[in-house]
Design a protein around this ligand. Structure first.
Ligand SMILES: Cc1ncc(COP(=O)(O)O)c(C=O)c1O
Length: 491
């Protein structure tokens, strides 16, 4: 059947098994558009993957004129964090806390039990996490970085080393705040934004072994793996890589943790790309991921569709006791940990919904659709398209703008000026001299924007690139962007 569709003919036969599994590929539909063919095969004749939800409550978008946007940019000092959200048409600053909650989540919000101690909401969340993650202790926190602060305060001391495939900003900051050292160990292939290998978010296991050998296990209180690897271009991590890290850390008796913010999106990549898992459900894959580690930190603002919340999980009773003592100081009693009961219920429902295959198929296809469409027109993206965002390699695309003139920020400003789209620079504005690349990130909030928004975005990016930059390659205007945008908060 795939062959037929590739050639633009309709298939002749309807399969008896309506939901089949097959590898995900990109095809050109008979109507001339690119689409991802699903791993799931619900329909025999119509191959376009659709949003697996319908809309019950809408929030209007506000169109602005280019004169207005020019003024808003000036008022914000060209720092897109300083824009008022109402003046943005499509907001791709972050996927964190920006999800649309479902009817079931809003219903759960109304069920929230706001008891100070022993809330039913906590026990509902605990039941879901016990089934999915299987950890003995689940400690709620107000968001991911609060869980990180508690974990590293208890586990790290000055002089310690924490390896990760790539630390997220807040993870690194919390480790360094304890006087410990955060070391990134991405695989070497990750340095090339254009290489198209699967599981480019993996940890370099040989480098991990060398580090443990050189520094000694006693200096390494834990090893972390971030799934998906957000700061490493949103790339997924394979189960084989987690298993290999497990084997190495077990030899040195070092706890292995997941930064599990986007565990479900990572599970989908494993299902589609790692041999042996095509017939596993995303939940089974996620369960296996969690079974390989001793604990995790989790921001519920990503793969739980919640607008706030986090979790700190462990199998270690003594550690959990120390963590809950610290939790009480700044977050709250262990059965609510800085959240309202209603938030705990929203997270519990979100953790179940996020693993639905139809949702994950659409989610990853939608991101890839954006990435492929702009890449096919010559916009260099970090390849291959990842889970929750597309990164444009602004340094490569705009070689006439030097690092010191912030190509990523120049592109971000032009995209807002031309199309009202907010994105974010990930390069020298954000990391100063530590920046490896000059990137622009387009993060896609979950269940918020439709296919036509994505099509608008493709057109907006392509016209911005063609008009703004072609017309003003040598314009001095471009070089001034970004100078006042330093010091933005991590998201
Ligand atoms: C990989 C990763 N870890 C940790 C965090 C921190 O989570 P939070 O924003 O809930 O504090 C983030 C947030 O974006 C993240 O992407």
């Amino acid at each position: 059947m795939e062959c037929c569709v590739r050639q633009g003919h309709w298939p002749q036969r309807i399969s008896a098994n309506r939901v089949r599994h097959r590898p995900q590929t990109i095809i050109r539909l008979p109507i001339g558009r690119w689409a991802l063919t699903g791993v799931l095969d619900y329909h025999e004749f119509v191959r376009t993957i659709i949003e697996p939800f319908r809309i019950k409550s809408v929030e209007p978008l506000r169109h602005t004129t280019s004169e207005q946007r020019e003024q808003y940019l000036k008022d914000a000092g060209y720092n897109l964090f300083q824009l008022r959200a109402v003046n943005i048409l499509l907001d791709l600053l972050t996927d964190s806390g920006t999800s649309a909650m479902s009817t079931e989540q809003w219903a759960a919000v109304m069920r929230g039990d706001e008891s100070y101690a022993g809330s039913e909401s906590y026990y509902r969340l605990e039941a879901v996490t016990a089934d999915l993650m299987g950890f003995r202790h689940v400690i709620p926190a107000h968001q991911g970085r609060a869980a990180e602060r508690i974990l590293f305060t208890v586990l790290c001391k000055p002089g310690d080393i924490v390896p990760n495939n790539t630390h997220f900003d807040t993870t690194r900051a919390n480790i360094e705040f304890r006087g410990a050292q955060a070391i990134d160990l991405p695989i070497p292939e990750a340095a090339d934004t254009q290489s198209r290998i699967p599981f480019k978010g993996n940890m370099d296991i040989a480098a991990l072994e060398r580090l443990i050998e050189a520094e000694g296990a006693a200096r390494i209180p834990l090893v972390m793996i971030t799934v998906t690897n957000n700061s490493g271009g949103v790339q997924p991590v394979s189960l084989a890589n987690i298993e290999a890290a497990r084997a190495v850390t077990a030899r040195g008796k070092i706890p292995l943790y997941l930064d599990a913010c986007r565990f479900a999106e990572n599970a989908w990549f494993i299902k589609c790309q790692e041999p042996g898992y095509a017939d596993w459900s995303p939940k089974q894959i996620a369960q296996k991921m969690f079974s390989l580690v001793d604990g995790c930190t989790f921001s519920a603002k990503k793969d739980a569709f919640a607008n706030i919340g986090g979790l700190l999980c462990t199998n270690d009773d003594r550690l959990a006791e120390q963590e809950t003592h610290l939790l009480i100081l700044t977050e709250g009693f262990p059965t609510y940990g800085g959240l309202a009961g209603r938030d705990l219920d929203a997270i519990a429902v979100g953790l179940t919904e996020v693993l639905q295959p139809e949702y994950l198929e659409y989610r990853i296809a939608s991101t890839a659709y954006l990435g492929r469409h702009i890449a096919d027109h010559g916009v260099p993206i970090v390849e291959p398209p990842g889970g929750h965002a597309i990164y444009i390699d602004a340094g490569r695309m705009l070689p006439h703008i030097s690092r010191g003139q912030f190509p990523g920020q120049a592109l971000a400003v032009e995209l807002y000026r031309h199309a009202g789209v907010r994105s974010v620079e990930i390069g020298s504005v954000m990391f100063g001299e530590h920046a490896h690349h000059e990137l622009l990130r387009l993060a896609i909030p979950r269940r918020v924007y439709t296919q036509s928004h994505i099509d608008y975005l493709v057109e907006a990016i392509l016209t911005t690139v063609r008009t703004a930059f072609a017309a003003s390659r040598s314009s001095r205007r471009l070089s001034s962007y970004g100078t006042s945008a330093r010091g933005s908060a991590p998201w």
